[in-house]
Design a protein around this ligand. Structure first.
Ligand code: NAP
Length: 501
């Protein structure tokens, strides 16, 4: 709305230099990233927008991850768009259904349905230099051309299965946590859970309630902090609704609180030491058995992997019918999981909670840019992008939640909104008549070198296995600093770093 107003004002006051050209914009992915981008484009006067979504519904990870007790570790009031705030969140840390409802509500409110092509997977994208257009090809073979394409595929969209001998010979029920099998009743099952990341930590407590026995297979322990969750009372919700600006104030306070946690992620900082002590105390408090506790206290710095927050997982591990096994799994048999020490545990069900193919970014879409260069070749040594958004040689193509924009301490929505603003700047240039916008290779290289250098000063670079790194150890996923720094970085559209034709 504001964008349209500014455009109109510019035209009235004669400050509009040239008529804006109509752009065709294709957005791939209707998760929180793509939906917010579409809203922002509409609000800034763009009309010709198509959103492609391979699934039959919007919501991205919040549509896919329906495991018991799925939710977000970032509070509701902060894990929502600043331009689409809600006063009536039911609890401090939202559960998956409420977030999914929020995304669907946004889609309805901004009439994105008319621009959505659900059940339409984009499998290829090709840049046509002469026409200065992208051609997107769907899995069904249809093609669509656009002046600009925006990728909203996320970093956690493709479940990763472990390579364990015999896994395919298992004769019981087996499924990935991100593709929960709701048809299978877990009551009375002997259950193996492979993986103990953020997903497992949420579903293990309710699943243990149902299981006859639950085996938690763990490769490495995690650092934990308490989860100060609470349901908002009717009076609190009323206050958020009635007191102007209260929700914004609350959101700002939450943001500042989360942002201040950044210092704990700087390697060797005193705050990191304090975080380690706090987390050790938290684990010690909830795990009285010294033998079990020894398995659960990590030896790597806090923040090297995602810091987990929970108020019921550690307690669940102390149950008599739950066992934590940190011997590596050597093979799976038709009815059992076998570990390195030769132990064989018979199970009825295996729940694979081994996360996602996080470092592949836009894969498996085949993307070819200027001179037919393939993105997968450009990224052969790991994904990288200027401001996490643009890759040299791939003009008019912009990535949301791209390389080095993930966080371990604050809301991804804040990062997305910084990206929206940068992309709106690029789109404005195209509307004003620019044919193409590309990032200079030198600028992109310098940016990447800076990010990688700074990452070495963070806990992410410590000696641990995490989804933030490639097999060769390059950190492709995380942002190396406070989010405010990213906001400043992306605030200005640095023309010197770009080729605007
Ligand atoms: P994840 O954090 O990547 O955890 C995967 C788990 O599987 C780890 O424990 C990992 O062990 C283990 N694993 C991986 N490959 C294995 C193999 N071959 N054999 C045995 N174990 C293996 O995945 P996730 O739990 O699905 O979470 C992914 C991310 O999604 C989170 O970090 C978070 O950003 C987001 N998420 C957030 C929430 C939330 O807000 N509460 C909830 C769920 C997910 P290692 O640790 O040894 O690698």
């Amino acid at each position: 709305m504001l964008g349209q107003l500014v455009d109109r004002l510019r035209q009235r006051t004669g400050t509009a230099t040239a008529p804006m050209r109509d752009l065709r914009i294709g957005i791939v992915g209707a998760g929180l990233g793509g939906v917010g981008m579409a809203i922002q484009l509409l609000e800034h006067g763009m009309r010709d927008i198509t959103i492609f979504e391979k699934a039959d519904d919007v919501g991205g990870v919040w549509r896919d991850n329906t495991y018991p007790d799925a939710g977000c570790d970032v509070p509701s009031h902060l894990y929502s768009y600043s331009f689409e705030r809600r006063a009536d969140w039911t609890r401090r840390f939202p559960k998956q259904p409420e977030i999914l409802d929020y995304v669907r509500d946004c889609v309805r409110k901004y009439h994105l349905d008319e621009r959505l092509q659900l059940g339409t997977e984009i499998v290829a994208a090709e840049w046509d230099e002469d026409a200065a257009r992208w051609t997107l090809t769907t899995a069904a073979g249809a093609t669509h051309t656009f002046d600009a394409v925006i990728w909203g595929l996320g970093q956690l969209n493709r479940p990763k299965w472990p390579e364990i001998e015999g896994l395919d010979t298992f004769e019981g029920t087996i499924f990935h946590s991100a593709r929960w099998n709701h048809d299978h009743d877990l009551t009375g099952d002997r259950i193996a859970v492979i993986g103990n990341g953020a997903s497992a930590v949420q579903f293990v407590p309710p699943v243990a309630e149902k299981a006859a026995r639950l085996y938690q297979f763990q490769r490495a322990p995690n650092w934990f902090l308490p989860k100060p969750d609470a349901v908002f009372s009717a009076a609190e919700i009323r206050r958020f609704e009635r007191v102007p600006g209260l929700d914004l104030l609350y959101r700002t306070r939450l943001y500042a609180g989360f942002e201040s946690k950044w210092v704990a992620l700087r390697s060797g900082s005193r705050v990191a030491e304090v975080a380690r002590e706090l987390s050790t105390a938290h684990i010690t408090k909830h795990v009285p058995d010294p033998e079990l506790r020894a398995k659960l206290i990590p030896d790597y710095p806090v923040g090297c992997k995602r810091i987990l927050i929970s108020d019921n997982y550690l307690q669940t591990l102390c149950r008599d019918d739950v066992e934590v096994i940190d011997d590596p799994i050597v093979r799976v048999e038709p009815h059992a999981v076998v570990t390195g020490d030769g132990s064989r545990r018979e199970v009825d069900t295996i729940i694979v909670a081994t996360g996602f193919a996080t470092t592949d970014f836009l894969a498996p879409v085949e993307i070819s840019g200027a001179q037919g260069r393939k993105l997968e070749d450009v990224w052969a040594d790991g994904a990288r992008a200027y401001e996490g958004i643009a890759v040299p040689g791939f003009p008019n193509s912009f990535i949301l939640y791209g390389p080095n924009t993930n966080l371990n301490h604050n809301s991804i929505i804040f990062m997305l909104e910084a990206q929206y603003r940068w992309i709106l700047g690029a789109v404005a240039e195209l509307r004003k008549g620019a044919r193409t916008i590309d990032v200079r290779a030198g600028a992109a290289r310098r940016y990447d070198e800076r990010i990688q250098r700074e990452l070495q000063q963070t806990a992410f670079a410590a000696d641990c296995h995490s989804w933030y790194k490639t097999a060769s150890g390059r950190i492709t996923n995380n942002w190396p600093g406070p989010t405010l720094r990213y906001w400043f970085d992306t605030r200005r559209f640095r023309r010197g770093d770009l080729v605007i034709e």
